[in-house]
Design a protein around this ligand. Structure first.
Ligand code: SF4
Length: 303
């Protein structure tokens, strides 16, 4: 751990919670200590097609989380903090191991509470031969100034955009101010990496926004409110990509929930939806288009 990371850990204000705790001696809201904690690292074949490809995405699942979503499908990792403490060199070694195993990318899942440690590890891995793109897979409840630590290190941002309704964000994730905080975070991500660029159908650089659709809450969660109700004051641009998913676990069926529905998605021009998401959305808006490119009346234009 370098001196800058140590200083940040001594009075942690990395995320919007701004606990101010010394993570060497206590934990803040997220539960994370000073050292990064990882539950598992492995090839993952059920992300979006441009992420998983055929070789898989090299995921590293970090323990703890800055949000506490009632529907979290990884709650044992995010809320119970299951995992093992890993040093920066160990994190870098995982990245290189995943590259060696054939991963199209290194995919850092929910690492916001360990942003400085992750940045250090990416730098070290680059110095030791990491060449595949690095993905930042987050809930977007992040501060732009913290994200700036990743500038030049992360190639593809993969943020969720979960709520347009602050009350819903507080009720289901205890995340006050989520809509505005996530918008600012996503705009910072887009400033860093721009629109999505592919090579051989695999993401190399850019931004993909995951729009989470919660059953029964689609009008409070997804920016699928139609035309004039768009939540965005600024647009990253009409070439932004979105992935609509319902990868959530109801409280009473967490243990039996299968793999992410993203496995069932298919490539469209700018948007993916799972069959489950289309069913949910179509109850409100009718058939959901999935292959329209730059259509001026399609919600994707407002992302
Ligand atoms: S990262 Fe954790 S300890 Fe730091 S401000 Fe956020 S919730 Fe608090």
């Amino acid at each position: 751990m370098d001196a800058d990371t140590r200083t940040l850990m001594e009075a942690c204000c990395l995320c919007p919670r701004e606990c101010g705790v010394n993570r060497f001696v206590e934990t803040g809201y997220c539960g994370g200590g000073a050292a990064a904690r990882v539950n598992l690292h492995r090839l993952h074949f059920w992300e979006e097609p441009v992420i998983s490809g055929t070789g898989g995405s090299g995921t590293i699942f970090f323990s703890h989380c800055t949000m506490v979503c009632a529907y979290c499908q990884n709650h044992r990792i995010s809320q119970e903090g299951r995992g093992t403490e890993r040093s920066v060199p160990e994190l870098a070694a995982m990245m290189l191991e995943l590259q060696e195993a054939g991963a199209h990318n290194v995919n850092l899942v929910t690492a916001s509470q360990f942003t400085p440690q992750a940045a250090e590890a990416i730098r070290l891995a680059h110095a030791r031969g990491l060449r595949v793109p690095v993905l930042w897979n987050s809930n977007a409840y992040e501060k732009p100034e913290t994200l700036r630590m990743l500038e030049g290190l992360v190639d593809v941002y993969l943020p969720d955009f979960r709520y347009i309704d602050s009350n819903a964000a507080e009720q289901y994730s205890d995340a006050p101010g989520y809509p505005d905080i996530a918008k600012a975070a996503i705009l910072e991500m887009h400033r860093q990496v721009g629109h999505l660029a592919l090579s051989n159908d695999i993401a190399q650089k850019g931004l993909i926004i995951r729009i989470l659709v919660l059953p029964g809450l689609h009008n409070r969660c997804a920016p699928y409110s139609g035309g004039s109700k768009t939540p965005w004051e600024q647009r990253p641009g009409s070439a932004s990509w979105a992935s609509i998913t319902r990868s959530t676990a109801p409280l009473n069926s967490r243990r039996s929930t299968g793999p992410s529905r993203r496995k069932n998605t298919r490539r469209a021009s700018h948007i993916w939806t799972s069959s489950a998401s289309r069913t949910t959305l179509s109850r409100k808006w009718g058939p959901v288009p999935i292959t329209r490119r730059n259509s001026h009346d399609h919600e994707i234009e407002h992302i």
